[in-house]
Design a protein around this ligand. Structure first.
Ligand code: PGA
Length: 246
């Protein structure tokens, strides 16, 4: 199963549901429908309406983040996995570099993953090295650390998806070379197999668009994509899927 996951970040108002409607009509009629899943992560403000509207349709809804506590508490402006689940989301992104930069530590992320899974959300766990790590050839060390500090064998790996997103690639139009990406994805899967015996799906994210997706389809180790900028346009998002299966 491949994944095409859209991360809307700080984008969207109620009428943006039109974008999802277009993606959903394409997806429900696509002859390749059985081969992949489409998940969209709108901001918190839209989860409930979108999840309700798409409940019996093909698209699934994800949150972009969650707070590191289970249920209710006195943390102003925070939203817990329990609250996210209660409005119909099925997935939750955890550890996006935007949130790591804002202070999400390994300890915090461990709690987020744990509580999201406890509340029956599937977790899309993001990892990735920055430009300096890459320049200093520290990519593998950084990735290993990000994985092993947060994921452990007690977690239900069937509900975990890992998204490899090199920070230098997010929103920049820069992507890793095919060779680099193959090596890194194999390395990530090796670490995950050590923990879980078997590897969860590993996605690539960072400047994926309708043109460069053709380069990624040769790489069989990649189980799908986490798509930021290009997921805000139904045409671009649909073209990514079309070009991937062309
Ligand atoms: P991008 O974002 O596709 O705009 O590079 C990816 C992400 O941050 O998930």
């Amino acid at each position: 199963m491949k994944y095409f996951i859209g991360n809307w970040k700080m984008f969207g108002v109620p009428k943006s549901i039109d974008i999802l409607n277009k993606i959903n009509s394409f997806y429900s009629k696509d002859k390749n429908i059985k081969k992949y899943k489409v998940i969209i992560a709108p901001p918190y403000t839209l989860i409930q309406t979108f999840a309700r509207y798409f409940k019996n349709k093909k698209i699934s809804i994800s949150a972009q983040n969650c707070y590191q506590k289970d249920h209710f508490s006195s943390n102003t402006a925070s939203v817990s996995p329990y609250m996210i689940k209660s409005v119909g989301a099925k997935y939750c992104i955890v550890g996006h570099s935007d949130n790591r930069i804002e202070g999400d530590t390994h300890e915090i992320l461990k709690k987020k993953v744990q509580f999201a899974l406890k509340n029956n959300l599937k977790v899309i766990f993001c990892i990735g090295e920055n430009k300096i790590d890459k320049k200093n050839k520290k990519t593998f060390i950084v990735l290993k650390n990000q994985i092993t500090k947060v994921l452990d064998k007690k977690l239900n790996m069937n509900n975990v998806i890992v998204a490899y997103e090199p920070i230098w690639s997010i929103g920049t139009g820069k992507i890793p070379s095919e060779n680099e990406l193959v090596k890194t994805t194999i390395y990530i899967k090796k670490i995950l197999i050590k923990i879980f015996q078997k590897s969860p799906s590993v996605l690539y994210g960072g400047s994926v668009d309708e043109n460069n997706v053709k380069l990624f389809k040769q790489i069989k180790e990649i189980d799908g994509f986490l798509i930021g900028g290009a997921s805000k346009s139904s045409k671009k998002f649909i073209d990514i899927i079309k070009n991937y299966y062309r």
